[in-house]
Design a protein around this ligand. Structure first.
Ligand SMILES: [Zn+2]
Length: 261
């Protein structure tokens, strides 16, 4: 098996964001600025391409406000030599609006979601209060159609997408949130997605503010550390520091994509 290259693709940014929003039960410096980035990830080898998450659309960015949509992940992937229309594997870590908006732009891909995650967002609590704001109803309508057609595969537990790319449901942030472990030349990378929004969540053992089950969030931190071969191979879901820690993926992609490993 040839090791994978892993890219973090930054498609949007929110400057007006404060520390107090990002930690369970707030933060002593709640009013300090804490900008956030939005990402899609790609694992690429000569044999397979696996895309992790599908961002939100420019329309959703406009409707929700305060979000700068930089460039569509599909356009950035093209600059990396990946045609979205030909991608065969699309992993969705969880069904919050900022991870599932562009599924229809990967029309040939089998979509992989944990069953418990899907059942939550199509179940009785999805429209209640806070949960209603965390997802887009039309995304769920589209996903239901993909389940019916067999394009979306509901999975239960650990799963091998292709040799070298495995999925691991850890929950905590949402019911069926899964992380992705990828074999690279630098060792095993873990795309933590929102199991750790920022380096600071896992680094200081401080869960994010949106919690499904608190003990699972702590357990997720432990499992991610066990699965990654080095601390720097853990990739958080929303940290602007990712762009600073790793080199641009290609000359024209500064600010849009970095190569993690
Ligand atoms: Zn997110």
């Amino acid at each position: 098996m040839t090791p994978f290259a892993v890219y973090a693709i930054r498609y949007a940014h929110r400057e007006a964001s404060l520390r107090g929003e990002h930690f369970y039960r707030g933060d002593v410096r709640a009013a300090d600025p804490y900008p956030i980035d939005y990402f899609v990830w790609a694992a690429v080898s000569p044999e397979a391409t696996v895309i992790v998450d599908a961002g939100f659309t420019p329309e959703t960015a406009k409707r929700r406000g305060n979000r700068d949509y930089l460039q569509s992940p599909m356009d950035t992937l093209r600059q990396l030599g990946v045609e979205a229309g030909a991608v065969e594997h699309l992993v969705i870590t969880h069904l919050h609006y900022d991870h599932v908006g562009h599924v229809r732009d990967f029309p040939a891909a089998q979509v992989l979601v944990q069953r418990s995650e899907y059942e939550f967002w199509t179940g009785p609590f999805a429209m209640r209060g806070e949960y209603g704001h965390l997802h887009e109803r039309e995304d769920m309508v589209y996903l239901r159609e993909q389940v019916a057609s067999g394009r979306l595969r509901l999975i239960d537990g650990d799963f091998t997408v292709v040799p070298g790319v495995t999925l691991h449901p850890l929950g905590g942030h949402t019911q069926g949130l899964q992380v992705v472990r990828v074999t690279t030349a630098a060792g095993h990378v873990v795309v933590a997605s929102d199991a750790s929004h920022f380096y600071e969540n896992i680094g200081s053992d401080r869960p994010y503010s949106i919690v499904d089950h608190l003990p699972s969030m702590y357990r997720a931190f432990d499992r991610i550390r066990e699965m990654a071969d080095a601390e720097e191979l853990i990739i958080p879901g929303h940290d602007p520091a990712v762009l600073k820690r790793f080199p641009a993926a290609a000359p024209g992609l500064a600010g849009l994509a970095v190569r993690v490993a």
